[in-house]
Design a protein around this ligand. Sequence first.
Ligand SMILES: Nc1ncnc2c1ncn2[C@@H]1O[C@H](COP(=O)(O)OP(=O)(O)O)[C@@H](O)[C@H]1O
Ligand SMILES: N[C@@H](CCOP(=O)(O)O)C(=O)O
Length: 321
Amino acid sequence: MAVYTEVSDEELQAFLREYEIGEMLSLKGIAEGVENSNYVLHTASGYYILTLYEKRVDPADLPFFLGLMEHLAEAGISCPVPIKGRDGSALRELCGRPAAIISFLDGLWPKRIHPWHCQRLGAALAELHLAGESFQIRRDNALSLDGWRGLVDTCEGRADEIEPGLAGLIRQELNFLEANWPSDLPEGVIHADLFPDNVFFVGERLSGVIDFYFACNDFLAYEIAVCLNAWCFESDASTFNATKARMLLQSYQSVRPLSEAELAALPILARGSALRFLLTRLYDILNHPPGAYVTPKDPREYCRKLRFHQLVKGPGAYGLG
Ligand SMILES: Nc1ncnc2c1ncn2[C@@H]1O[C@H](COP(=O)(O)OP(=O)(O)O)[C@@H](O)[C@H]1O
Ligand SMILES: N[C@@H](CCOP(=O)(O)O)C(=O)O
């Protein structure tokens, strides 16, 4: 359950006086999510999402996240739009936390992934990458190579509690990635957490993308690798579904063709992406406060995905060629 901060009726009413979105009708906490406190807010003018940004979000990054959503929505990407108050600002404070209201997106995230989901995702991702080209603010990816080293240093002492041999796996993989990580691929704004729970569908139409709170500048092809991991494995997390990957890659390339260098880099980018989610999940499970509402995600899923990519010889393994 992701409601860390409770909001009283009085606090909410005072907060809403800063907006022109009508009288408050109801406020309901949202159980899903990990990072922030999210509520569905119903007012006389419709439904919205109220987010209170919790301690893992650096307030200095919020203008990037909110500005990006506004920029992408203006460019025609279906994503939440930050709602501005009477003073023209979308970012203010509630219950001692930075807080914002964003528009509500219709749709449901897919619990079971079919190849057609991956096809819709590929084109939407490429459109997002193109729309991000003209966004002026920059945010480096704190969860790329440098960040991974910090997480390995913090976690490796207790990693074998989760799976025997895990400490060795992550140390060796980090060494490999540090020696081989590409340096000259096309960069741009990426969502960086484009998992199925952040992509909504209405029927077979992709209705929108949410949760831009990891967005940053990085290799565009790294984002594709994140999606290959999050969308294209079967539920055992070891069996890779090359049909889903082909649908994703072909559809992406129908909007933004990938260079030879980007295609050749996919296996190492997929290894890096697997290590990134392995490490953040490992950190979260090792530092999970007893009794906390949020259920930590399983890092071992990403060990299995990493082991798959370690055996990959080239991009053909992802359904191409
Ligand atoms: N703009 C939105 N429209 C509709 N539902 C949303 C929207 N933003 C968030 N949600 C709901 O809130 C849940 C958690 O949001 P998310 O941004 O993923 O949280 P967190 O960043 O804490 O992980 C989502 O799974 C979805 O159900
Ligand atoms: N997608 C990450 C966790 C981040 O959670 P989200 O609810 O903010 O998408 C993972 O699966 O490890």
